[in-house]
Design a protein around this ligand. Structure first.
Ligand code: FE2
Length: 273
């Protein structure tokens, strides 16, 4: 038991944990990835699909968000492996035009998805290329070709957090903020390793910043400005990569989670926005 507790706290690498947990985890992976492959978030507009991933010794759900834009163009945020099942689901929804690499970490499925959909454009953070030589980001989110082609989505950089180097996206028609690692929490649907770790870190059924983001981020005016801009949006929901949609008081949840990043001298002015 003590060994498993150590694994849950991240003391083993992912491949070691995979070897330890074995068949039971394969069964879990099938359970979370096969049924109900695409879940409707907003009818006719936004869907998510999720798969299981190991990260830091815990097993997370990692979610891909799909937005249908004008002309049945699909915008695919943080794709996983383009399995036949996933691609059949995507093809039923529209034509994959955009493959989004939102930060330094969410790039693993992008190269294979780009190979499967050669007409699609990979857009996002160039910093991902430094971590994955197979990733080729063709456009950044402020390039005119991208901005003009996707008026439904506004890009917002999370400044002051170089550990993530993340761009978020606001879909105004549905009030949806789409992000990867902006917030995280665990719930009963999650694997026991993440439920256990989340209870230790205060993230069980309570959204906060990912622990590694918290540890590597300092308060700054840049971060405060970004958070203030995000919380001022008419948010109906926040969609993140490892947690179910955040729909209850999303702006306040965001502000509370990122309060540590607001310098004390700016706290009062940020709260007034
Ligand atoms: Fe993540």
């Amino acid at each position: 038991m003590a060994v498993r507790l150590a694994e849950a706290c991240g003391y083993l690498q992912a491949h070691e944990a995979e070897a330890v947990f074995g068949r039971a985890e394969e069964v879990y992976a099938r359970r979370v990835t096969v049924p109900n492959l695409f879940e409707v978030v907003v009818p006719d507009s936004i869907w998510v699909t999720e798969r299981a991933v190991w990260f830091g010794g815990v097993r997370l759900r990692s979610r891909t968000t799909v937005v249908r834009l004008a002309g049945d163009a699909l915008w695919v945020h943080s794709p996983g492996a383009p399995t036949d099942e996933v691609c059949a689901g995507l093809d039923a929804l529209g034509e994959v035009r955009w493959i989004v690499v939102p930060n330094r970490f969410h790039h693993l499925g992008a190269p294979a998805t780009a190979a499967r959909y050669p007409k699609a454009v990979v857009v996002g953070r160039k910093s991902a290329e430094e971590r994955n030589p197979h990733v080729s980001v063709s456009l950044q989110t402020d390039d005119a070709a991208y901005v003009e082609a996707t008026p439904e989505l506004a890009s917002i950089d999370l400044k002051g957090v170089p550990f993530l180097d993340e761009t978020m996206f606001f879909h105004a028609a549905t009030g949806s903020l789409i992000a990867a690692d902006l917030l995280i929490s665990a719930c009963a649907r999650d694997h026991w390793t993440w439920r256990f770790a989340a209870r230790i870190w205060g993230r069980y059924e309570k959204a906060g910043t990912p622990p590694d983001v918290r540890w590597s981020t300092r308060a700054s005016a840049a971060a405060a400005e970004s958070i203030a801009r995000l919380r001022a949006l008419p948010l109906q929901r926040i969609l993140v990569a490892h947690t179910d949609p955040i729909t209850e008081q999303p702006a306040q949840t965001l502000a509370d989670a990122w309060d540590f990043a607001v310098p004390s001298g700016l706290a009062q002015s940020s709260a007034a926005i």
